[in-house]
Design a protein around this ligand. Structure first.
Ligand code: NI
Length: 167
């Protein structure tokens, strides 16, 4: 998609439509489990277009994104003001062969890391929510902002998977 990092951030947080980001973060694992359960392997592996990701690839992307977010949040909380390196999601998809991943395993990996992230976030003080990092493409982002972006990222990919599986 041809959009700037700023346009991307605006689009994904737009999916929140007033929802509480922490509520979104806590409900996504179950929503992903429901999508995987009962879906045919053929449908999970099918690409909606030659240049688009399959559901299998998206599930693997979500599992890896959760590791990236967990690490970034910890960097920001332990050393506020630190640099945050952007990642190239297509390079990750190729390097770690997302197409060959088991979607149910990806969802389970996602769930475990998401639960750890939620436990960590629930303990934060008001000041800690304002800790920040300097993202290499989007600039300064607080922990509060990153959590909104994670929630928007969840909703973005949930919509995408729903559309691919037509559920
Ligand atoms: Ni994504």
């Amino acid at each position: 998609m041809n959009e700037t990092p700023q346009q991307y951030a605006r689009r994904v947080t737009g999916y929140l439509e007033g929802k509480d980001p922490m509520e979104v973060l806590s409900t996504t694992p179950r929503a992903l489990q429901k999508l995987v359960q009962g879906a045919l392997k053929k449908s999970l592996d099918a690409k909606p277009a030659p240049d688009k990701w399959s559901a299998t690839t998206i599930f693997a992307h979500l599992a890896d994104s959760e590791i990236v977010y967990a690490f970034r949040l910890r960097l920001m909380l332990a050393a506020s003001g630190c640099a945050i390196q952007a990642t190239d999601q297509d390079a990750w998809a190729a390097a770690f062969d997302y197409r060959a991943e088991d979607p149910a395993a990806s969802v389970e990996d996602f769930r475990v890391n998401r639960e750890r992230t939620l436990r960590m976030l629930k303990k934060l003080s008001n000041e800690q929510w304002e800790c920040y990092g300097i993202h290499s493409e989007r600039g300064m982002e607080t922990v509060r902002r990153v959590v909104e972006l994670i929630a928007g990222h969840d909703l973005n990919h949930l919509r995408q998977i729903h559309a691919i599986l037509r559920k």
